[in-house]
Design a protein. Sequence first.
Length: 161
Amino acid sequence: MSSDPISRRFAVAGLLALGGCGFVPVYGAGGALRDQIAYQTEDSVAGFVLRGRLEERLGTAPSPRFRLAVTQSSQQRTGAVTADGDITRFNLIGTANWTLSDALTGATVDAGEVQTFTGYAATGSTNATQAAEDDANRRLAVALADMIVTRLLILSPTLST
């Protein structure tokens, strides 16, 4: 079976219409933020992971147009407790405050706060619990970076001037 020729015509016409109205993929060449940002994160493992994820998603800038400063914090909370009072699960709640500013003038373009959580089990040995906590901290930093990128990509069409 082949697809309906009319459906294909509408699909092609739709793609052409998007190209004609100035549609630019947010990750493609010519995107407002791709390879345009210098990052400032904390000197910590979480800051390193967050910065790496931002660079992976938005690229690195040889001559940045914008500067993104991010500060992170996290809290550990008990997630599950047995009847005997043993803690078997922890939740990490992370918050990242970010500010996107013009690299030349320092003027704030936008700012915001994102928050999410992740968890880990504490049922194994001390080493296994520490490894699980380290992994949860890394996952939390990646999730926070992804949330920041999503906010920036929503903002990016207004920055293309």
